[in-house]
Write a protein that binds this ligand. Structure first.
Ligand code: FE2
Length: 347
């Protein structure tokens, strides 16, 4: 056994932020922006060095730490590689280990609530985010949600953990703080005795509303920009954008009338690890509104908007539609999917 990791919830509300500590090193899981000062006070008072900010997924119900808060904390932001945000410092994948004070946190990719949902495993416990809640599970009706994938992640991966593994959820609306894998496997009403098809039907029928705050939080969290910097679009606007697959885009590029490819990532990403599609035009999302007059010549052209994972491009496509562009589509899955499909990139 290595060093143990202590787990403590800091917010005392429905929406949970965990402090993980090992020796004098700490990690914050799912910090909420308006509580930044409290987190700093706790870290200072205890003489802890913040090593990581870990997100279980792109949240829709609260503002995650923005650029300013991240600079104040000075710790790298860790998210799954499918995260759409340009603020992520370290992208992780299933099975990856994160070091903390001589101990180890393991990443389990559990898509479903969002494509980038992960659970963090620390000795004898699991932080389940919105994948598995106590007696429940996170909604799967936001863009990119997938109830079938969530069922498989929970029943196939999480429920394979030992009975006694402690479950620390991302939310709880009934004042509960923790459960165990054994208890959830035996009695979580969403999963116990339910097959995949039943679960998908139950989740499809929930019919939960999209509150206004949710719409704003999701766009800001996906893009890393404040809504005021890019123009607010709603989840409904983003979800209404027609998508186009990477294979279709590749075929369109080879045609006699290739589309305009508009890449809305940051300049560092354009020339970074994932590269970009040759011939694409770089207009970072926060510069889009300012560049609209220059782009208006393309308003009746076929325009394909591209980003990392397909979320920022959905916001950008909605902004273009509002500005009168008539043939805008969003490249589904973004450059992550393009690269996964083995299509050529430039760096
Ligand atoms: Fe969530």
């Amino acid at each position: 056994m290595g060093t143990a990791i202590a787990i403590e919830e800091l917010n005392g509300t429905n929406c949970k932020t965990y402090l993980l500590t090992a020796g004098d090193e700490a990690a914050l899981v799912d910090p909420v922006r308006e509580r930044l000062e409290m987190y700093r006070r706790v870290l200072n008072e205890r003489g802890l060095r913040l090593r990581w900010v870990l997100e279980t997924h792109t949240h829709a119900d609260h503002l995650m730490l923005g650029r300013a808060a991240r600079d104040i904390l000075g710790a790298p932001l860790v998210m799954h590689e499918a995260s759409p945000s340009p603020l992520v410092d370290r992208h992780v994948v299933d099975g990856e280990s994160i070091a903390l004070g001589g101990a180890t946190i393991s990443v389990m990719h559990t898509p479903g609530h969002t494509p980038d949902s992960v659970c963090y495993l620390v000795d004898g416990a699991v932080l389940t985010g919105d994948t598995l809640l106590i007696g429940g599970s996170g909604r799967t009706d936001f863009p990119g949600g997938d109830a079938g994938a969530q069922y498989e992640a929970v029943t196939g991966r999480l429920f394979a953990l030992p009975d006694e593994a402690v479950v620390w959820p991302g939310h709880d609306y009934r004042g509960q703080t923790r459960s165990t894998i054994g208890a959830e496997r035996a009695s979580n009403p969403r999963f116990a005795g339910k097959d995949r098809a039943t679960y998908v039907a139950v989740m499809d029928a929930l019919g939960l509303p999209f509150p206004e705050k949710v719409q704003q939080a999701l766009q800001v969290n996906q893009s890393g920009f404040e809504a005021a910097e890019i123009g607010l679009v709603t989840v409904a606007d983003m979800a209404a954008m027609p998508g186009v697959t990477v294979t279709e885009v590749a075929a369109m590029r080879a045609s006699a009338t290739p589309p305009v490819l508009l890449d809305v990532r940051e300049p560092e990403e354009f020339v970074g690890e994932l590269g970009h599609i040759a011939g694409s035009l770089l207009v970072p999302l926060d510069a889009l509104a300012g560049r609209l007059p220059k782009l208006l010549g393309y308003h009746d052209h076929e325009v394909i908007v591209v980003c990392r994972a397909g979320a920022r491009s959905a916001s950008a496509a909605a902004i273009l539609c509002q500005a009168g562009f008539t043939r805008v589509r969003n490249m589904s899955g973004g450059m992550l999917q393009w690269v996964r499909a083995g299509l050529p990139v430039q760096r």
